[in-house]
Unconditional design. Structure first.
Ligand code: V47
Length: 355
């Protein structure tokens, strides 16, 4: 371990087995190593944005076992919003000072590609300065397949219609065997990367998530991160890595053991050390809880996502995020935990430092 610690302190790149062995390191030693990297990059700044999540439909042709959001036997409540409804939500968000709308939908076979893409054009026309983060690689794959369009054509259409950046959803766990067990039929890992690579090649940015704490093993998480690091070496297009802690309610995935807070903190810390080429590690408070996200700031995380306003995907599975978090409270919590809250835009330009 001594050699490995020295290697990390010298900013040398670590490999798969070294990264895996970090899980056996004392939590506070590991935390210090990650914190030093975070501090060297951002000091005590912690980033967030004022954003609004919109989930326009929950009617899905796919069945991901971990998902409690899509309409099914456990959630027999299908909905698909009209463009007018989505525009009304966007209007409210702008009135509440949101700089970004983050739209993620289920894979709805009835809605049609014009419903998916047309709303972006309408939002952009009404609010040219509002950043649109939309369409996970899983949605891009679904729309490409169902409309016989190449990924490249789909990406051109996204750009033409006003999408600014892509969210990191649909990544789940890249290991093919685990992926088959939890979300068979959804975009493959290779295609997830193909889509993000094409997006980056158009000069655009995206994020990447990792759903963990279910049936995967530690080695699968390290493999997931190394695949991300490999693409990032080529394109440099990922802004943030977002570990999503598995939420267990109202779904079909049987899980025996849930990760402890220590395991979650170790995962943030390892990601900060291993992903030496990804600028931001996001502690998404929705899945980690606000309390643990605040502590994660000392274990490598520098970003806490945002105020969100409404959230349907994780709250359906038990997260306490249905109504977002109040801006003043969020800022206070970050300050009280010893960090400097910095409101950012979607591309990490600083908008306001809360002294
Ligand atoms: O891909 C679904 C996850 C994701 C559960 O890019 C679950 O900035 C935990 O990707 N437990 C969608 N997670 C959300 C997402 C995201 C969120 C915040 C920021 C960004 C970003 C992206 O939610 C899905 C899936 O991995 N999810 N069900 C669950 N039971």
């Amino acid at each position: 371990m001594k050699n490995l610690i020295e290697k990390i302190e010298k900013n040398e790149r670590i490999n798969f087995s070294e990264a895996l062995s970090l899980y056996d390191m004392d939590l506070f030693v590991l935390g210090r190593l990650a914190d030093e990297k975070r501090k060297a990059m951002y000091g005590k700044k912690s980033f967030f944005n004022i954003n609004r999540h919109i989930n326009p439909t929950n009617e899905c042709k796919d069945i991901c076992k971990f998902c409690a959001f899509s309409a099914n036997r456990k959630n027999p409540n299908p909905y698909t919003m009209s463009h007018e409804e989505i525009l009304n939500i966007t209007k409210q968000a702008v009135e509440h000072n949101a700089k970004e709308v983050h739209l993620v939908s289920a894979h709805n076979e009835k809605a049609g590609i014009d419903w998916y893409l047309g709303i972006f054009k309408k939002i952009k026309e009404a609010y040219p300065n509002l950043h649109i983060k939309a369409l996970t690689a899983a949605e891009v794959n679904f729309l490409s397949e169902s409309n016989s369009l190449s990924y490249e054509k789909m990406i051109d259409l996204m750009i033409e219609n006003g999408v600014d950046s892509m969210p990191g959803g649909g990544a789940e766990i890249f290991d093919e065997k685990v992926r088959d067990k939890i979300c068979k039929g959804k975009v493959s890992s290779d295609n997830w990367f193909k889509i993000h690579r094409l997006w980056h090649e158009k000069g655009r940015k995206s994020n990447v998530t990792m759903l963990f704490g279910h049936i995967e093993e530690r080695a699968h998480r390290i493999d997931h991160m190394i695949r991300i690091r490999n693409l990032q070496d080529i394109t440099g297009g990922f802004n943030a890595f977002i570990p999503l802690v598995y939420q267990r309610e109202n779904n079909y995935l049987k899980v025996e053991n849930f990760p402890t807070s220590q395991e979650i903190l170790k995962t943030y810390a390892i990601s900060r050390i291993l992903l030496d080429n990804v600028p931001h590690i996001k502690a998404y408070w929705v899945t980690s809880t606000v309390n643990l996200a605040l502590i994660a700031q000392e274990f490598g995380a520098d970003d806490l996502d945002g105020t969100i306003e409404k959230e349907s995907i994780n709250s359906a599975a038990g997260a306490k995020s249905a109504n977002g978090v109040d801006l003043d409270e969020f800022v206070h919590l970050i300050k009280d935990s010893g960090f400097v809250p910095v409101e950012r835009d979607s591309l990490y330009n600083e908008l306001k430092v809360y002294k």
